[in-house]
Design a binder for this molecule. Structure first.
Ligand code: APR
Length: 391
């Protein structure tokens, strides 16, 4: 088998890149080691920036996000027993859309299956070879048969635990920060208690209330690093959420829990995101803590930059964008890593020196939620930049 671009991983980065390359008629194969059901069923992020909505729309997969996505203009911050609002639409003219990552995945897979280009699920023993030479290839087994995929380029969109980043680890500089707590992530059959996303910074820790549909809520609760989700019964979850929303009028009645899991919070960046004929995109190269909901949007941003670079390479025979992919992508990545880290430091409980840290957090929240330039700056970072466009 031969293709121009071999894409490892069918998460948001890999599927988005595949869609953009297919639209530009650049042959590509997406190789995924899990099943379609698994990939479509994984609930994760859900806060979609205007840039991501634009990229999805322009690549022909925006119909459902426009009809089913929930458009938001305001965030609520609850601390010290009262709530303050930040209307980012009033400050930037832009909104964000709540639409589950797995719905984007379903839309991208449905679009992919209408193209002539392969999307292979359940691939086993995926390995990449000769990425420093002119003839890279991918070996794997699929449907019980050993396969070799020859290609011009390989793109590692295989997430944080994939095989592509380790392949070039000798040439990478890696930056990381592990936060001293986790989030319990809960998906529940429960109508949203508020039309807006609520960040609560309580003295016992963060609660983040968001939603996926008019009947399904998503709740995140800060908890300790060694937490076991099975020890979190429904009543324990609802009691803690109610406590962290104390001072608000809502009564949390709870609902059937669809899913609960522990999310590790980590900032991580690997530089450069390319070597020879191998490129990294999405979580394969970087992780942000979910505090500013940037992970999925960054994966789509990487895919968009890389797609423009391949278009230039194949359409105009120009290499400059391909050569500068990592430099361009990292500017956006570090901006979002910084913002996500700042949000994490602003909203969580830190056990060391917590009284002092708390006062700093309150002063900072007061400053951001005032009417000065800090609110403007926050709003612009929250909605994000427009998509990269090749000049
Ligand atoms: N071979 C093939 N596929 C692989 C391999 C492998 N060896 N290892 C991992 N994969 C697949 C995973 O099964 C997964 O489907 O790569 C895909 C990577 O997808 P994500 O982890 O979702 O990463 P990415 O596409 O970069 O999207 C990042 O998704 O969940 C979020 O928090 C994350 O929002 C961020 C965004």
């Amino acid at each position: 088998m031969r293709t121009k671009v071999a894409i490892i991983g069918a998460g948001p980065a890999g599927l988005m890149l595949g869609q953009l390359l297919s639209l530009a008629n650049i042959s590509n194969v997406v190789i995924e080691n899990r099943s379609r059901d698994y990939v479509e069923g994984r609930s994760r992020a859900g806060q979609i920036t205007p840039a991501t909505v634009q990229i999805l729309t322009e690549s022909g997969v925006g119909a459902r996000i426009h009809s089913e996505g929930m458009v938001h203009s305001t965030l609520q911050f609850h601390y010290e027993g009262s709530t303050r609002e930040l209307n980012f639409q009033a400050l930037t003219g832009r909104t964000v859309t709540i639409y589950g990552q797995q719905e984007i995945i379903k839309d991208l897979i449905a679009a992919r299956l209408k193209t002539e280009f392969p999307l292979l699920f359940d691939a086993a023993d995926v390995q990449i070879h000769d990425t420093d030479g002119f003839s890279p290839y991918v070996s794997f087994s699929h449907g019980g048969e050993q396969q070799t995929l020859e290609c011009d380029f390989i793109v590692g969109c295989d997430g944080f635990h994939g095989i592509c980043r380790p392949h070039i680890s000798d040439s990478l500089t890696q930056f990381s920060y592990n936060y001293p707590f986790t989030w319990l992530a809960v998906l529940a059959e429960m109508s949203p208690i508020s039309p807006d996303v609520i960040f609560s910074s309580h003295e016992t820790g963060l609660a983040l209330f968001t939603m996926r549909s008019p009947n399904v809520s998503r709740i995140y609760l800060q908890c300790s690093p060694d937490e076991d989700p099975n020890e979190w019964s429904g009543s324990r979850i609802w009691d803690l959420l109610q406590l962290r929303l104390e001072g608000r009028p809502e009564k949390v009645n709870g609902g059937a829990i669809i899913e609960k899991s522990i999310v590790q919070l980590r900032s991580f960046v690997a530089e450069k995101m390319q070597k020879g004929r191998l490129f990294l995109a999405g979580d394969a190269a970087h992780i942000v803590p979910p505090s500013a909901a940037k992970g999925l949007n960054l994966a789509v941003s990487d895919a968009n930059i890389l797609a423009r670079a391949f278009e230039q390479h194949y359409g105009k025979g120009k290499e400059d964008l391909l050569l500068s992919y990592s430099d361009i992508a990292l500017k956006q990545i570090w901006r979002d890593v910084q913002f996500s880290h700042w949000m994490a430091m602003l909203l969580h409980r830190f056990d060391d020196n917590s009284h002092f840290h708390r006062r700093l957090q309150i002063a900072e929240l007061d400053r951001v939620l005032g009417s000065g330039p800090a609110a403007q700056s926050f709003a612009e970072l929250w909605v994000g930049n427009p998509p990269f466009a090749a000049s």
